[in-house]
Each structure stands twice: as structure tokens, then as C-alpha cells.
Design a protein around this ligand. Structure first.
Ligand SMILES: O=C1O[C@H](COP(=O)(O)O)[C@@H](O)[C@H](O)[C@H]1O
Length: 254
């Protein structure tokens, strides 16, 4: 896979600032392009705290031309601790200069199917002329079962080829009702960056990145057709890998 890079950092403490440099470099590039804005999709889970900490500690961060979407979202009220939007609002959006119109949140008061349709409509309005929205950057996490977004192993949603956003009401990881970007949207992005840290991810990372027996896991189905694929790992997460990885110098741009 020629457009895939696996980058390993000594620990999450070194990975975090490198992630912030990646985000700001891609934002500058996108805002300086004819598009004039930076479209980024964020994930929940452990990524929220890392992005909140790293981005809010940058002195000159300018999010005025950012469009932030969600790679997946739990259909719960924003005040619920499981709401990814709620967590980002507390830890990031309320602390930077992103306009309200720059955050594409779900409407959690809708039933899950309507919520997905409503979110797909919001995406299509914000990516005019694009049958499949092309994000500048998607930031993904991966669960210990190999799921990414809310695309879980052996789930029929992995085969979704028509919808840009799909509902799921039987998520094996709570809460059960969620909406998620589908693989065609993920694989249309200009850049997809996975962030995975900690030893609990080591064995699944080996299977996702190096292959093995059994069905292909959801995270291994992420392969942007024209875009880049980056895996940002810390040493504990990368411990079982035998493939060739990059170990960027401190402060290096990726
Ligand atoms: O449920 C979810 O889990 C994944 C992975 O989370 P992590 O805490 O293991 O990093 C996350 O990427 C996804 O957005 C979230 O809904």
C-alpha cells in the first residue's frame, strides 16, 4: 500500500504535539487552496482529550475557516457524557475561534434513522457539488476489536455503498444508537490519520496492518483511493509490528 505511512512515537506525550502539527499543517494547506477552508472529521473516544489538550495549547490557532464534522456520533443528548459533540464542545470548540456554523453536529432529538438522514443532508449542503463529501482530513480511532467510526466487525454496514451517513442501532459498544460515516466517505478523504496508543491495541494493530487469518477488520478496510493514509502510534501500540515504520525526529513535520 504505497500511500500508507506508519509513524511511531516514543509515547502518547510525543504523539500529541505531532498530531497537532499535522492538523495545523493540513489546515494551512487547505485554507490556502482554492477551497479556502479546512474540512476535518473528528472521532470520539480517546482522541477527544488528545485533540482538546494539544490544539488548545497552540498559541496562534486560527479555526475561523474550519468545518468540523464527526466521523461518528452517539445519538444521545449533548449533555450526556457519551456525546462526542458534548465532549468536544467542552474541551475544544468553547476554547477556540471556530464559528458555530463551522461545527456540523447531529440532531440527537431525532430517531436514529432520521438523524443519519439529517446528518447526510447537512454534509451534502456543506460539500456542494460533491456526491461523496471529500474531507481534507479525517481523524480516526480504532477500538480493540478493530472497529473504526461506528463500523464494527462483521456488521452489514461495512458493505454500505450508497449512503454517506448510516444509522446503527445495534452497536456492540454502548451506546447502541449511533450514526457513522460510511466507508465510501472515509476512503474519499484527502488524508486519513488513525491515532492509536497503548499496549491494549498492539495485537489488533498487528492484524490490521500486517494481515492475518479471519475476516478483514473494519480499520483495515480504510484505504483512501487518492488520499494519504497515516497511522500515528506510540511504542506500546506498535510493540508487535514487524513491518517497516518511521520514527519521526522530535518536532518533525509529518
Ligand atoms: O466508540 C468509539 O470508539 C472508537 C475508538 O475509541 P478509542 O477510545 O479506543 O480511541 C472511536 O474512534 C469512535 O469515534 C467512538 O465512537
Amino acid at each position: 500500500m504505497s500511500n500508507r505511512r506508519v509513524l511511531v512515537f516514543p509515547s502518547a506525550a510525543e504523539l500529541g504535539p505531532a498530531l497537532a502539527r499535522l492538523v495545523t499543517a493540513r489546515a494551512d494547506q487547505a485554507c490556502g487552496s482554492a477551497r479556502g477552508r479546512f474540512s476535518v472529521g473528528v472521532s470520539g473516544g480517546s482522541l477527544v482529550a488528545m485533540l482538546g489538550k494539544e490544539l488548545t495549547s497552540l498559541p496562534d490557532l486560527d479555526c475561523s475557516r474550519w468545518l468540523v464534522g464527526f466521523c461518528d456520533e452517539r445519538v444521545v443528548p449533548f449533555s450526556d457524557p457519551e456525546s462526542t459533540y458534548g465532549l468536544y464542545k467542552d474541551q475544544l470548540f468553547s476554547k477556540v475561534n471556530i464559528p458555530e456554523s463551522g461545527v456540523l453536529a447531529i440532531n440527537p432529538t431525532l430517531p436514529v434513522r432520521e438523524c443519519a438522514e439529517d446528518y447526510a443532508r447537512k454534509l451534502s449542503e456543506n460539500f456542494p457539488g460533491e456526491a461523496i463529501p471529500v474531507f481534507d482530513l479525517l481523524l480516526l480511532g480504532m477500538g480493540p476489536d478493530g472497529h473504526t467510526c461506528s463500523l464494527f466487525p462483521d456488521h452489514p454496514l461495512l458493505e454500505e455503498s450508497q449512503k454517506t451517513v448510516a444509522p446503527i442501532s445495534d452497536s456492540p459498544k454502548p451506546p447502541p444508537q449511533r450514526v457513522t460515516l460510511t466507508l465510501p466517505v472515509v476512503n474519499a478523504a484527502r488524508c486519513v490519520a488513525f491515532v492509536s496508543t497503548g499496549g491494549s491495541k498492539a495485537s489488533v494493530l498487528k492484524r490490521v496492518l500486517e494481515g492475518g487469518e479471519g475476516p478483514v477488520l473494519p480499520a483495515a478496510r480504510v484505504a483512501p483511493g487518492k488520499g494519504e493514509l497515516l497511522w500515528l502510534l506510540d511504542e506500546p501500540a506498535a510493540a508487535s509490528l514487524t513491518l517497516q515504520v518511521e520514527r519521526p525526529a522530535p518536532g518533525a513535520h509529518i
